[in-house]
Design a protein. Sequence first.
Length: 404
Amino acid sequence: MSEVRKDKLLYRICSLLLKAHEEPGVFEQIAEQLCRNLQVSCCSIWLAKPNGGVGQQRLAFSVAEDNLPPDLPTLDFKATLQAMKREGALKWQESQVDMEKQRLLSLTKPLSSHGDVVGAICLWSVDGAVDKNVISSVNLIAADLALGLHNYRNFSVLNQRRLNKELEIAKQIQTSFLPKKALQHAGNTIAFQSMTAHEVGGDYLDLFRTQNKLLGIALGDVMGKGIPAALWVAMSRVTLRTVAKSGAQPHVVLEEINRTLYGDLVEQGTIVTLLYALYEPVKKVLLLSNAGHLPPLVFHSTTGQYELLKVKGPYIGGIENRKYQLVGVQLMAGDVVLFYSDGLTEATNSNGEQFGIHNVVDIVGKNSLFDAQQIVDSLTLHISQYIGNCQQEDDITFACLKVR
């Protein structure tokens, strides 16, 4: 490669590095440029963990030939890991692979900036067909590439800190939406639990008193996770509170929420399941409408039996101007009503087995003589023990009404 071509290559790489903090994909473009100009079979660029942390991240992996071994990504990882421990040395190394007696050579170069190894570059060539100027070209671009990785890593760290801060604020806001404590209403108690799988969740729970002194209970689940789901939770809450505070019947509330959010939900390609109930404490009547959510569980104290209050209705954002059903249930003193999200019944243990509605029924039944908070505490303990050290995959939310 002539000096002019080397200078042009360096200029193109430096130009791309200027955009790295905004477009991480430029590292793939740099790897492609190196493959083409240095006439090598493959090129990878790696980013080291900051502050001497263990591990590395592959930012680019560009392949210029088809006859490379399938385990090349693994060989590339091992060669780069060794390179980062050498600090500064540039080395050709032959890798023994089954390629019909072809030789596969790697050239690895750790990249250092400000006294710290920030990454590495790894070039691969089949049959040792390497231009004699490759090493000088790699050394020429190494300093600029190292500086680019240094700046990109610092930007990524700062960006992650900013994101973590924003997620923490979002979590605080979402937590503020929840009732502050178990709600007492005309001698009846309703307690709840909310266990998010991530920093912010997609489950929605609201408990409030309406203007005509009824107890409003709303439980929903937004499709998806993270901040987008949390934003829809906030929108659903505001809309429901606006409509329901006057004491409007549950089916009217769901119809208005669907009418308000339908267009935006369809445009964003998401849905919300939502159950809304009104409890009249004097007559002990529960009015209920459901938009695609799981049916509440009622444990009858007089018979020791349970039933699921199944009310059909499409999810919010499913059918425009849809009418929803309204059902009423007569409750008795001592009855327990459990509202829950699918995260409760679908929570899995180390064997991949779901918690299931049968476990929920068993725990509620055994604790039905206690108040709502004790039932919630027992259910929380059992579900936590069931999940154990496994990753919680979905938000878990439930609310328990104990009739007096």
